[in-house]
Design a protein around this ligand. Structure first.
Ligand code: CUA
Length: 174
């Protein structure tokens, strides 16, 4: 087959571009640690979320001196805990908080406004994210994935409480 040399040139150039694009994406994801939603937090049987030890009783649990695990279920159209009537997620200041979040119906979002926390919550998966809360503050939680008619109202709160207040009202310390 006889290929015109200009055509050959363009073929080589376009192949080189494709290789360049792929290597750029690979390089950036390796260097910056960009992550897709994956199984890092584990999988879960979406039909039996309420049977799962982690999520049968969604809660804030102290796991270290200044470390807390939050097991949260997102569902149309609340975060448990986080939204009313379940009450806000409450943790003391200067704590490390590991969120484990799953959905028992459709895809939701979990964003803590004013922080860089922003993850997708996918049925059958457990999204895991760790946050350091330094100062006492109140943050809003938003769902930012369209999940149905109540999507716009799906929200909640995280309350970061001062230590002295935490110790007297929550019995969190000694
Ligand atoms: Cu949940 Cu939008």
């Amino acid at each position: 087959m006889d290929i015109h040399r200009f055509e050959k040139g363009w073929l080589v150039a376009s192949l080189a571009l494709i290789v360049l694009f792929i290597s750029t994406v690979a390089y950036v994801s390796a260097v910056t640690g960009v992550d897709m939603v994956d199984d890092s937090g584990g999988s879960i049987d979406v039909d039996n979320v309420t049977e799962d030890d982690r999520f049968s009783d969604p809660r804030v649990e102290q796991v270290g001196e200044n470390e807390y695990d939050v097991y949260m279920v997102a569902q149309q159209f609340v975060f448990r805990p986080g939204s009313e009537p379940f009450g806000p997620v409450r943790v003391p200041e200067n704590s490390t908080v590991n969120f484990y979040i799953t959905s028992q119906d459709v895809v939701h979002g979990f964003q803590i406004v004013g922080t860089n926390v922003n993850v997708m919550v996918v049925p059958g998966k457990v999204s895991e994210i760790t946050v350091e809360f330094d100062e006492p503050a109140e943050y809003g939680i938003l769902c930012n994935e369209y999940c149905g008619s109540g999507h716009a109202e799906m929200g909640g709160n995280v309350e970061v409480v001062a230590r002295d207040e935490w110790n007297t009202t929550d019995g969190g310390g000694s």
